[in-house]
Design a protein around this ligand. Sequence first.
Ligand SMILES: [Zn+2]
Ligand SMILES: [Zn+2]
Length: 166
Amino acid sequence: MPTYKVSKSSSTSRRKALSLRVASLGEVAAMPCSVCAATRSLCVFSDQSTKCSECVRRGVSCDGNFSGEDFDKLSEEKARLEAARTRAIAEAASLDRRIEALKKAQGKMIAREAAALEELEREEERQAQQANVALESVFDEQQLAAFFGAPEGSDSGGGNSQVSQG
Ligand SMILES: [Zn+2]
Ligand SMILES: [Zn+2]
């Protein structure tokens, strides 16, 4: 009977499709049904189906004790973990911002210290220059005394003026 064959093949492919949908949308059962336990299959159930995905695929009855409550509990747990993950991502972003702020603060501290050091170096240079100027002025006075000591002591200049006046 060809119709029987077609019908069987059709139900087989539909079982496969439904099994895949249950597997993709469902939750893994904490306690697998006896079929999944015996075949070491992943027992995935959905609150839309009374059978697990494996039993749907095999077209056998499922003795899994899946309640809507269990499904909701797992969904809640999943939502809780997703929320925790979102919080962790936000926390990581916040930590990244704080680390960046600390890096900027360190950069400013380095810039301030560099500027203060430059100012100190300029001040030291100024003081060294002032000390040089003081030494040079002392030296110049000695030089002046050496050069102009003799003319100041002699009366030759005064004698000339006295002559023109007298
Ligand atoms: Zn199962
Ligand atoms: Zn099952």
